[in-house]
Design a protein around this ligand. Sequence first.
Ligand SMILES: Cc1cc2nc3c(=O)[nH]c(=O)nc-3n(C[C@H](O)[C@H](O)[C@H](O)COP(=O)(O)OP(=O)(O)OC[C@H]3O[C@@H](n4cnc5c(N)ncnc54)[C@H](O)[C@@H]3O)c2cc1C
Length: 437
Amino acid sequence: MVKIAIIGGGIEGLVTAYHLSKQKNLSLTLFEKEKDLGGLLSCFKPLKDSDYLEKYYHHWFRTDTDLLTFLKKEKLDRGLEWLESSTAIYQNGKMSPFMTPLDLLKYPHLNLIQKLRLGLVTLYLQKNKNWKSFENQTAHHWLKKTCGQKAYQTVWEPLLKGKFNDFYQKVSMAWMWSRIYFRGHSKAPGETKERLAYYKGGTQKLIDHLEKKLLNRGVQIKKNTPVKKTEKRKKGFLITDHKNKQGKFDRVICALPTPVFLKLTSDLPLTYRKKMEKTKYLGATCLVLVSKKSISPYYWTNISDPAFPFLALIEHTNLIPKKRYQNHHLIYLGNYLPSDHAYFSLTAKELFNRFFYHLQKINPNLTKKDIKKYFLFKNKYAQHLVEKNFSQNIPDYQTPISGLYLANFTQIFPEDRGTSAAIREAEKLTNLVLNEI
Ligand SMILES: Cc1cc2nc3c(=O)[nH]c(=O)nc-3n(C[C@H](O)[C@H](O)[C@H](O)COP(=O)(O)OP(=O)(O)OC[C@H]3O[C@@H](n4cnc5c(N)ncnc54)[C@H](O)[C@@H]3O)c2cc1C
């Protein structure tokens, strides 16, 4: 029996464990720091007896083909529903829909020439497959040059800031290309409006399915068990958890963010460590409101107002029927932030009090009494910074230590990180590990 440890029970660790667990000659142990599996995809119940809800807003596109194929193979695809989405920009106290060419024409913050230029550039990016030509340019520079200063500052800059905060000027145009290209291809033939997929009952069903399969196949799942140290021994590896319990393994797969992997792994060559330390991450905070009143008429609202303390308002119940949550409206207030940002040390109540005044600007009829509950979720490794020429720095699955593997979303490129790509990477990693056994 070959003993393999998988550290990290996010979707990538879970799906890797799932594939490996089909092999009879492997003994698998999965370590997860939290009490729940799923990592960034994990869920909670916002109301007693309601459906599960993702801690961080999640939906899928038609271009998420690896996920769709996986769900089909697992006979889980019947749970998928395709729902009409809606997007808007909140700017200068005004909410403007921003989905269709007509929305763009009616958009009040740009003149006709600026709108036409913006529309043509977007169309060009949707039709152009050659992402490599964007690799050595920043989105900041390229979009400003092609769309013009005003359209860039009005539309693109708030989006880049929303995702990358202070690093927004460093983001590769290849990353932006992938967002626009894949989104442009996410409609089924004949579909005029964009539809997004959601798993009926919450993504918890996928996590539960994977957990059940793993347990049935004899995988040991250790939740609430952060790994503290991974050390190379003459033969195999020694893993130490937070309670100083130790275990020996022949192979170790770290399905972890790079900084966490570097922290718990000793014996890595200095040049490799130094290179890997350059990867920058942003964290995410999501304040989830359970409200008696709706706040925005749209599913997704980008906030383009520097005075606002959050950058995206996602009204989940404008995509999913609110009857599944006892007729409450569920609203995410999201931010991507550097991990030392003050919000990471604030409580849900403190953040709610900071945010509430701004919510009233969007919906003046909202009172604090309308908000029945709120929840705060924080993760310091939610998105990596995709800089220029990123493809030259993608780490291999195989680390310089034989038998030690790294798998995380910094290996996904040029596509943006996401559930579907994690499922695809997990399959590739499994094949590599099996080939080396
Ligand atoms: C706000 C937000 C919205 C998103 N929306 C979408 C979306 O709409 N659609 C989509 O497809 N994708 C979306 N994503 C991206 C998607 O969630 C991720 O790409 C995916 O979940 C990453 O999975 P992972 O397994 O690579 O990483 P993670 O989920 O980060 O998994 C890493 C796991 O390792 C565990 N861990 C950490 N340290 C230790 C330790 N020392 N010992 C043991 N375990 C440890 C963590 O607890 C975690 O479970 C979103 C992400 C965010 C942040």
